[in-house]
Design a protein around this ligand. Structure first.
Ligand code: FPP
Length: 253
């Protein structure tokens, strides 16, 4: 019976009732990829794809609350994305400001806490300011922690954490009982979060692209061909349903 259901599972569209309440991922990370291709397929400017991508994100944040996910980390702009054509970067920056300003009140009312993960020192002041206002307003919220990885690169995060740890523990000798991995994790941008249980990447690319390299050591990976602006409730439930059928062993038997 188990065998049969494992064959038919990929063709099924799970609904909320198919999702087991006792195996909900605590933390989901998403690489929201494919906005540009979504727009190109329709002969539209890339920024329209990004706007649709922002709508898809809003939808997924709401679903996370419904399903009971406690942490959501989204890759919204990488350190490398600064090298995109100036026009696209500038339109994207306007979009971030617009979306945050428009959605802040509703995110706050829904108990969502916003945290920026990224290299703050290189973020233009007008963008940083709106992120910091959002962080300050939502800092006590407890329903869902929404980490927005912006101007984010995982190698930079790790190198920076190593530097900070060296400075803080300059003259310290570590004993063999001390959990150095745990101490090190506290210097990462994600210090307040458990590691992701599930990482979703859309658009048919099978890469991690410098996202949460330390944190995803034992994360379940889920790749879908769906382009991010099309990623909807059905796709989201399918990813969680697929995750719930995995056997996580964390390297043990
Ligand atoms: C990748 O698609 C997507 C981005 C670089 C931007 C994602 C941004 C949003 C969804 C807006 C989110 C807003 C807030 C406030 C967090 P791509 O451009 O690489 O697509 P392509 O690979 O098809 O060209």
């Amino acid at each position: 019976m188990r065998f049969i259901s494992s064959i038919i599972a990929p063709f099924k569209s799970p609904s909320l009732s198919d999702i087991k309440k006792n195996k909900i991922p605590i933390h989901i990370a998403i690489i929201m990829d494919g906005n540009g291709r979504w727009a190109r397929k329709r002969g539209l400017p890339r920024i329209v794809g990004h706007k649709k991508g922002a709508d898809a994100l809003k939808n997924i944040v709401t679903l996370c609350k419904d399903v009971g996910i406690k942490y959501l980390t989204v890759y919204s702009f990488s350190s490398e994305n600064w090298q995109r054509p100036q026009d696209e970067v500038s339109e994207l920056m306007d979009l971030f400001v617009e979306v945050l300003q428009r959605e802040l009140e509703s995110l706050h009312k829904n108990g969502i806490k916003i945290v920026l993960l990224g290299q703050r020192e290189i973020i233009p002041l007008r963008i940083l300011k709106i992120f910091e206002i959002s962080e300050e307003k939502t800092k006590d919220n407890k329903e869902l922690l929404l980490n927005v990885a912006f101007s984010y690169g995982s190698r930079q995060e790790i190198a920076n954490a190593a530097k900070k740890m060296c400075m803080e523990y300059k003259n310290k000798e570590f004993s063999s009982e001390e959990n150095i991995e745990k101490i090190f994790s506290k210097f990462l941008y994600t210090s307040d979060c458990p590691d992701p249980d599930l990482l979703i990447r859309t658009s048919g690319e099978y890469r991690i692209s410098n996202f949460l390299l330390w944190q995803i050591a034992y994360t379940e990976l889920y790749f879908t061909k769906t382009l991010w602006p099309d990623f909807n409730k059905k796709n989201f439930y399918k990813a969680i349903y697929d995750y719930q059928r995995r056997n996580r062993r964390f390297g043990k038997l």
